[in-house]
Ligand binder design. Structure first.
Ligand code: SF4
Ligand code: SF4
Length: 296
């Protein structure tokens, strides 16, 4: 709805000073008395961006007058920096030379979600104030999420704070293993593909090469109970049943993985007759067979 002029409603208000604060241009004339104020070429106030102090000691500035038209967040950030610097200035504490560097205090655990679910979770629809109330009150229009909605929304998070999309996992799976089970869109900028978290389940053999080469720990491989799981920042990309050694019960890996390896390395996972044996048990069995059968 756009404003409509009300005929005859114009009137004059007596004022000592009128400050135009529409965030488009700094009115330098109103600061004419501050002769030593330094200005940028854009006509904004020149400040030290760490302390927000102007060229006049003891005078600080922040907001659009410094940055030019920008967001409220940037203005609030500048205001906070200025407030800290003013406190230091008045307390006689030296000002920092460099801006404070954000330090990660801890890493929030990822929420585990199967890939098939991750791809279909929708953003919850937020309740809004009715149109009548909006017209007649100043109440908040967006009424917020319930706790369950917040939890659902959190499950959509891709945890880009952990996976930095370097593409190493995609490269290893495609070029070293020759499997191409990972399709994380736009990691290969020359050959962009749509992201498909579900394709991994069809192709992946859970060899763990991608996890072993992930520099941030975003990709993990884990044996849990009788399954091996491949997990990317909480999204379960694949889970396969483990095969256990018939002799000692040791987990040897999922069948797909053993088949892949046995095609390349004859000694691994000796499938002798009806028995599936790990390397150590297969070696023992061969040694016993040799002792029993070789002529003295
Ligand atoms: S999962 Fe690891 S290796 Fe793969 S893109 Fe993310 S950070 Fe890089
Ligand atoms: S675990 Fe799966 S996705 Fe990772 S490299 Fe091996 S086959 Fe590829």
């Amino acid at each position: 709805m756009s404003p409509v002029p009300v005929l005859g409603s114009e009137h004059v208000i007596d004022a000592d000073v009128v400050i135009s604060a529409i965030g488009q241009k700094v009115d330098q004339i109103t600061m004419g008395e501050l002769k030593n104020m330094s200005w940028t070429r854009r006509g904004t106030i020149d400040v030290n961006m760490v302390t927000m102090q102007t060229s006049i000691p003891g005078i600080f500035a922040a907001g659009d007058a410094v940055t030019g038209p920008a967001t409220v967040i940037e203005a609030i950030g500048g205001g906070k920096r200025a407030a800290e610097a003013i406190d230091r200035y008045l307390s006689g504490i030296p000002q920092p030379q460099m801006p404070p560097v954000p330090v990660r205090r801890r890493r929030e655990a990822c929420l585990e979600v199967p890939a098939s679910t991750k791809t279909v979770i929708k953003r919850p629809v937020m309740d809004m104030l009715g149109l009548d109330r909006r017209r007649t009150t100043f109440q908040q229009v967006e009424l917020g999420y319930t706790e369950n909605m917040v939890r659902e929304e959190a499950r959509r998070c891709l945890r880009c704070d952990i996976c930095r999309r370097c593409g190493r996992c995609v490269e290893v799976c495609r070029d070293q293993m020759g499997i191409s089970a990972l399709q994380m869109g736009y990691i290969d900028f020359d050959h962009p593909t749509p992201t498909d978290l579900r394709i991994t389940e069809e192709r992946c053999i859970t060899c763990g090469a991608c996890a072993a080469n992930c520099p941030t720990g975003a990709m993990r491989i884990e044996d849990r109970g009788d399954e091996r799981l491949l997990i990317l920042c909480g999204t379960i990309l694949n889970r396969q049943k483990l095969v256990f050694c018939d002799a000692c019960g040791k987990a040897m890996g999922p069948k797909k993985y053993l088949d892949f390896i046995s095609k390349r390395v004859k000694s691994v996972g000796d499938v002798a007759g009806q028995h599936v044996l790990c390397e150590a048990c297969a070696r023992k069995k061969t040694a016993r067979f040799n002792v029993d059968t070789l002529p003295v």
